[in-house]
Design a binder for this molecule. Structure first.
Ligand code: SF4
Ligand code: FES
Length: 248
């Protein structure tokens, strides 16, 4: 199939960007969205033009590196799926696709479709860890954890840090990401000693990174490739309130 692409091109953070039209030809349904971009880039390189820069690594939905707005939707039209898992069989010959980088103040464009998501790293550095000595893997296995609790913590731990939640949120808020990180540690016994100081530090770091405020649009949950639930934001808010009451 042949497609008409409109792709955001921007040489660097400080230079203005613009949309450029490209034709993607000879695309098959078996190709992933990123493989379709690979084909476009091979054509650009063959013509001596700059390929389109985009982030990617695992290409199987587990690393969180890929991410782009596809026709205005973070990671594209299918729910519960990162852009690297989207296949071209979901498109038809002649379709027009607009591809942009994440649009959020806290994620400045580095080049073309690549944005700087180091703000997420700094929020995690503020408290997204456990400092207690949890021993080796066999010792950890000796600590019984109720199955529902382990499952709930795992639901939060699924977050791959892609940033789609921030990109889709009209406020550019990072609550779903922070809630996932706070919850997956705060639900487990090993995460209890720092539970309230962790949430206080991470929320402050989130505010310092200029993410917006959550006003319950729910767009984050709708585009999250791991379908992280909004319930975790409610849990984040409850723990933050408790942290303030305790003076953490
Ligand atoms: S909460 Fe979902 S959308 Fe946000 S960073 Fe984690 S995996 Fe990505
Ligand atoms: S490239 Fe790893 S999640 Fe898409």
């Amino acid at each position: 199939m042949n497609l008409s692409l409109r792709i955001w091109r921007q040489k660097s953070r400080d230079e203005p960007g613009r949309f450029v039209d490209y034709a993607a030809t000879g695309i098959t349904g078996d190709m992933s969205f990123l493989e379709m971009l690979d084909v476009v880039n091979e054509g650009l390189i063959a013509r001596g033009e700059e390929p389109v820069a985009f982030d990617h690594d695992c290409r199987e939905g587990i690393c969180g590196a890929c991410g782009m707005m596809i026709n205005g939707v973070a990671h594209g039209p299918l729910p519960g799926m990162a852009a690297c898992q989207l296949h071209m069989r979901h498109y038809r010959d002649g379709d027009a696709i607009t591809i942009e980088p994440w649009r959020a103040r806290a994620f400045p464009v580095v080049r073309d479709l690549i944005v700087d998501r180091s703000a997420f790293d700094r929020v995690v550095q503020a408290g997204g860890f456990v400092s207690v000595n949890t021993g080796s893997a066999p010792e950890a296995n000796l600590m019984p954890i109720p199955k529902p609790l382990a499952e709930r913590a795992m639901d939060a731990a699924e977050c791959i840090g892609c940033g789609a939640c921030v990109a889709q949120c009209p406020n550019g808020a990072a609550q779903l990401f922070v809630a996932a990180k706070v919850s997956h540690l705060g639900l487990l016994p090993q995460g209890q000693p720092e539970r309230f100081s962790r949430v206080a530090r991470m929320v402050v770091a989130m505010e310092e990174e200029m993410f917006g405020s959550c006003t319950n649009y729910g767009e984050c949950e709708a585009v999250c490739p791991k379908e992280i639930s909004l319930d975790f934001i409610a849990r984040l808010n409850r723990d933050y309130l408790k942290a303030k009451v305790r003076g953490a």
